[in-house]
Design a protein around this ligand. Structure first.
Ligand SMILES: *Cc1c(COP(=O)(O)O)cnc(C)c1O
Length: 402
């Protein structure tokens, strides 16, 4: 394969984000294909035994096995790193593979983790159930309480772990403040940036150490594949993440990596248009439902902070109705256009009831502590005409008595 400028940081480092989204990381073969090639191969062959020996010894560049390197996956990793402003990135099989790898690769028995209590259900499961099984202590705190982070630090605290905005409560964390406390105390901050993607929020600019993704969400953006990514410094990725990843194998399929590469080309357009639609739909609903949890609206307690950290409000928001699960389900059942679906980041508008789906398994007590009310609904606003979305929501709310 001939390396084109796409893989040369001296050239691509100068490009602006929109250019990186369509060209960053492109690595062309001798055929000069326009679109990134899909290398569905598990292994590689070598011209002679000395070549493969040198590659295994780390003395020569080149691929050896797709759990270690794959050209299509490498293109995705380079593009995400460029968009994120990160030195390095490794793609993963799913968002949860990314979160698990980002945490387990650097933690040992006896360490302590401080995590935001409002989080995606499986992220909470890692903190509440998986890590403690391996002797890793965990504390969950109210992430909107800026003092709670420092107060939770113990001598053995190694990692801060949070999402902003959080799923599904849309809690906003002051990223610069919390990551600053982490830095000052020798703690590694791991930020799950799934609700934003690098086009809406770049946590590294606010002092985060590691940014982890469900690329299933906005990056693919068209509801097709599971994917994940972990970004950090070259040193952290090489010394912490790579030994874990190469020996445990949470790797993404080259096919899925290729699909996400295609998604990145339109990520900025989608994320900004979906944010605009989400703002308009939110403005329509404000006052009509008792509680709006929407970072783009001044009624959000951390609206100003959110808008300082994010380039736009993002496509996802939640709201709470007084009639509990029955009224929330009635709204879902009355929708004609918006799908009942628990995915987010998709170009289609999707709505779900977290208490009976994404956050069902964590139990009532943990849901109450996190603020996942029985009457909460979460919506991902898509690329449809926003007037159609407003009409659908208006009709569904009316049918449900609102
Ligand atoms: C969806 C999601 C995940 C998990 O990602 P998968 O790709 O589904 O494994 C993790 N964190 C957040 C905030 C998410 O929304």
């Amino acid at each position: 394969m001939k390396k084109t400028s796409g893989m040369d940081r001296a050239v691509t480092g100068k490009w602006r984000p929109a250019t990186q989204a369509v060209r960053g990381g492109t690595w062309r073969s001798e055929h000069g294909e326009t679109s990134e090639a899909l290398f569905l191969t598990s292994g590689y062959t070598y011209d002679d035994a000395a070549t493969v020996a040198a590659r295994f010894a780390g003395e020569a560049e080149g691929m050896t096995y797709s759990r270690l390197q794959n050209p299509t996956v490498a293109m995705l990793e380079e593009r995400i790193a460029l968009m994120e402003g990160a030195e390095a990135c490794r793609a993963q099989a799913s968002g949860m593979a990314a979160m698990t790898a980002a945490l387990l690769c650097q933690l040992s028995a006896g360490d302590h983790v401080v995590a935001a209590r409002a989080a995606f259900g499986s992220c909470r499961w890692l903190v509440d159930h998986l890590l403690p099984r391996f002797g890793i202590e965990t504390s969950v705190i109210d992430s909107a309480d800026d003092d709670a982070w420092e107060a939770a630090i113990r001598p053995n605290t190694k990692v801060f772990f949070f999402e902003s905005p959080a799923n599904p409560t849309l809690d906003i964390v002051d990223i610069a403040h919390v990551c600053g406390i982490a830095r000052a105390n020798g703690i590694t901050s791991v930020v799950d940036n799934a609700f934003c993607s690098p086009v809406l929020q770049r946590p590294l600019e606010f002092g985060a150490d590691v940014v982890a993704y469900s690329a299933t969400k906005l990056m693919d953006g068209q509801g097709r594949v599971l994917a994940g990514a972990v970004c950090g410094t070259e040193q952290w990725v090489n010394e912490m993440l790579l030994p874990f990843q190469r020996n445990t194998g949470p790797n993404i399929s080259p096919f899925n990596a290729w699909v996400v590469l295609k998604g990145l080309e339109t990520l900025s357009l989608r994320a900004h248009q979906q944010s605009e639609n989400a703002l308009k739909l939110g403005q329509f609903m404000e006052g009509r439902v008792p509680v709006m949890l929407h970072p783009g609206l001044p009624s959000h307690p951390r609206h100003e902070l959110a808008m300082r950290q994010m380039d736009a409000c993002g496509p996802i928001f939640s709201f709470i109705v007084d009639g509990g699960r029955a009224q929330a389900h009635a709204i879902l059942d009355a929708l004609e256009l918006i799908d009942i679906s628990n995915n987010i980041g998709d170009a289609r508008s999707l709505m779900c009831h977290p208490a009976s789906t994404t956050h069902a398994s964590m139990g009532e007590e943990a849901r109450a502590e996190m603020g996942v009310a029985e009457g909460m609904l979460r919506i991902n606003v898509g690329l449809e005409d926003v007037d159609d979305l407003i009409e659908d929501m208006d009709r569904a709310l009316k049918i449900a008595g609102l």
